[in-house]
Design a binder for this molecule. Sequence first.
Ligand code: HEC
Length: 128
Amino acid sequence: MYRIVGVIILVVAVLVGILFANIAEPPGPVIGWDQVEPILVESCTRCHDGDLALGGVDLSSYEAVLSGDDPAAVPYDLGSSLVRILSEQPRSGMRGPDHTALFSEEEKNLVFRWIEWGCYLTGWDGSD
Ligand code: HEC
C-alpha cells in the first residue's frame, strides 16, 4: 500500500517537474519585445498609438499591448486578437485596413512566436 502511494507521488513529482521545466526553459532562440517593438511601431502605431487607439487598441508600449480589458496579446495564447487580426481575413463590417496584408510572413511569425513563448520582454539566443 505504502509502495503504491510512493510510486504515485514519484510520478506526480516527475510530471510537475517536466511541466515547469518546459515553462521555465522555452526552446531558444526566444523572441523578445525588443525584436517585436520596431515592426509594431513602424507598421501599426500610426493608427494604434496612445492618443489614437483605433478600435480601442493601443500598441505603443509593452504594457499597453499586454494590458486592458481585452489585451491585444495574451502570453502563450495564439487566440490573442493580435494573432487573429494578422492571420484572418477581415470580418464583414470591420473598419480599417485588411490587417493580414500589413506584415510579411516573416514578421507575422516573429510576432506569433513572441506570443506563443510567453511575451518575453527581452529575447535570448538560447545559448545559455
Ligand atoms: C490605417 C489604420 C490602421 C493600421 C495601420 C493598423 N490598424 Fe489595427 N485596426 C484599425 C481599425 C480602424 C481597427 C478597428 C476595426 C473594427 O473593430 O472595426 C483595428 C483593429 C485592430 C485590432 C483589434 C482586432 C479585434 O479583433 O477587435 C488589433 C489587434 C489591431 N488592429 C492590430 C493592428 C496591428 C498589429 C497593426 C500593424 C500590423 C495594425 N493594427 C495596423 C486600423 C489600423
